[in-house]
Write a new protein. Structure first.
Length: 231
């Protein structure tokens, strides 16, 4: 996503108060984009915005709340969306399985329904998935392919029980599947939708997971650079 012809273009970033969301906001702000930064943590979001060199718009709210889509549309105020980077989400140690699926998957499905008709020609949507989705493999793809609406996500809840790691991996593999389903609909509007599956990135979320999951330290040590990635 690049800025062209000097026109002001709107980029929405969720999870913008820290980690990959803040890194994205900073990079795009430096490139001259107008930002709408979204996060559930009002205080952290205000600090993040103050650290940027340009003025930004803020939207505080829980992406899984029923009213979030309406709040987002009101904030957009009839403008087209030129970029949407969806970083908000929960890692395994942050919540129970049902909450992880609600935030990572159901909320994302609702967001896609909200923003699809508002995307400008030449725009792009980036959804953060995870290597955890790839590591899960294809064993559950049949069930994932059935979970195409928020109401049907309960299919996946039956698979993970009380295992938050499983819920996280399922939610991220489902994001990858969602992008494949949505690609044509976005293309018909002259827009793109992609998913990114980073490895272990040095963010507050990953640092918290490192303390709880020994396997993450093994993954870092066995990687080529033997360190976490940088936001």
């Amino acid at each position: 996503m690049t800025k062209g012809d000097g026109a002001e273009r709107l980029l929405i970033v969720t999870g913008a108060a820290s980690g990959m969301g803040l890194a994205t906001a900073r990079l795009m702000s430096e490139s001259g984009w107008r930002l709408l930064m979204c996060d559930v943590n009002a205080e952290a979001l205000e600090r993040a915005a103050a650290s940027l060199s340009s003025s930004v718009e803020l939207l505080v709210g829980d992406i899984s709340a029923a009213s979030f889509g309406e709040s987002l549309v009101a904030k957009i105020a009839g403008r087209g969306i030129d970029g949407f980077v969806h970083c908000a989400g929960l890692s395994p140690t942050m919540a129970a399985p049902a909450r992880i699926l609600a935030v990572n998957l159901e909320a994302t499905m609702n967001l896609i329904e909200t923003i699809r008709p508002l995307m400008s020609r030449g725009s792009a949507v980036v959804l953060f998935a995870s290597c955890g989705g790839h590591q899960l493999g294809s064993a559950y793809d049949a069930q994932i392919d059935e979970a195409t609406t928020p109401e049907s996500v309960s299919i996946l809840m039956e698979l993970c029980g009380d295992n938050s790691v499983m819920a996280y991996s399922l939610s991220k593999r489902a994001i990858q599947a969602m992008v494949r389903r949505e690609a044509r609909a976005f293309a018909e509007q002259g827009a793109r939708i992609v998913s990114l599956s980073p490895g272990i990135i040095d963010t507050p979320m990953s640092q918290a997971e490192m303390k709880q999951q020994a396997v993450m330290k093994v993954m870092v040590e066995s990687s080529a650079l033997q360190r976490m990635g940088r936001p």
